[in-house]
Ligand binder design. Structure first.
Ligand code: NAD
Length: 248
């Protein structure tokens, strides 16, 4: 089950956290994984080496998802070199948490340029290839806060909600071309992104999580793997919530 042998995947922001777990999981299932990174080449190489050590196929590719020309050049190069593109996981994301009254214009611009425009540029470049192939899987990493809201995360939650609208529209536009587009919406997952939260904030989040624990990046990767698989061919435009019951 969930055999990705012969498939090519790109994972944006794949060098650490959830992106690294997704890269390792897809590679373990047989895909050749292109691990995208923005700046941390060493972390991306480490991810690639871990995949190679486990007998998988991977390479690292630098591009900033908020730069449409760089995204298009990188995705075209991957397609040219590896001959196909089956799976795009738009995982790259940033959070600049702030109460609304303290939010600065540049924080809104940066967050949306990465989280929303980044996903749009990647989907646009990948879709051209996937449409011609008549098959493809696009998976966007949103967040539980897109649907539940969270004090201090107005900008971040707005950007993550935008991904749900994007996903639903792309699902409708490209279902007839064999391309599915879905969202995975994680709850509170132990990564660098969440490590800076105060103990008090973590305690509050846990109190709202029926599972009574934080999630692991591998638990998100398993949901991505399902949506990337042939078995999920009739699933499109959906939000798969992986959050320990935090939002149901
Ligand atoms: P992380 O900060 O550890 O990783 C994010 C990755 O995105 C990093 O490797 C970073 O370098 C990369 N990135 C940022 N800007 C980029 C750009 N412009 N171009 C290319 N790459 C860029 O975060 P994570 O916790 O692993 O989160 C991964 C995704 O899951 C994010 O989209 C995040 O919003 C989402 N998410 C995380 C949680 C959580 O609890 N950790 C919860 C819900 C959603």
């Amino acid at each position: 089950m969930f055999d990705l042998t012969g498939k090519v995947a790109i994972v944006t922001g794949g060098s650490r956290g959830i992106g690294r777990a997704v890269s390792e999981t897809l590679a373990r299932s047989g895909a050749h994984v292109v691990v995208n990174y923005a700046g941390n080449e060493a972390a991306a190489r480490e991810t690639v080496e871990k995949i190679h050590a486990a007998g998988g196929k991977a390479d690292a590719k630098q591009f900033d998802v908020s730069d449409p020309a760089a995204v298009d050049a990188a995705i075209s190069e991957v397609h040219k070199r590896l001959g196909r593109l089956d799976i795009l996981v738009s995982n790259a994301g940033i959070a600049m948490d702030q109460l609304l009254l303290r939010v600065k214009p540049e924080e809104v611009e940066r967050t949306f340029a990465t989280n929303v425009s980044g996903a749009i540029w990647c989907a646009k470049s990948a879709m051209r290839i996937m449409m011609r192939q008549k098959t493809g899987r696009i998976i966007h990493l949103s967040s539980v806060v897109a649907e539940s809201g969270n004090p201090g995360q107005a900008v971040y939650s707005a950007s993550k909600a935008a991904l749900i609208g994007l996903t639903k529209t792309l699902a409708r536009e490209y279902a007839s071309r064999g391309v599915t587009v879905n969202v995975v919406a994680p709850g509170f997952i132990e990564t660098d992104m969440t490590s800076s939260l105060s103990d008090e904030a973590k305690k509050m989040i846990l109190a709202q999580t029926p599972a009574g624990r934080v999630g692991r990046p591998e638990e998100i990767a398993a949901a991505v793997l399902y949506l990337a698989s042939d078995e999920a061919s009739y699933v499109t435009g959906q939000v798969l919530r992986v959050n320990g019951g935090m939002y149901v």
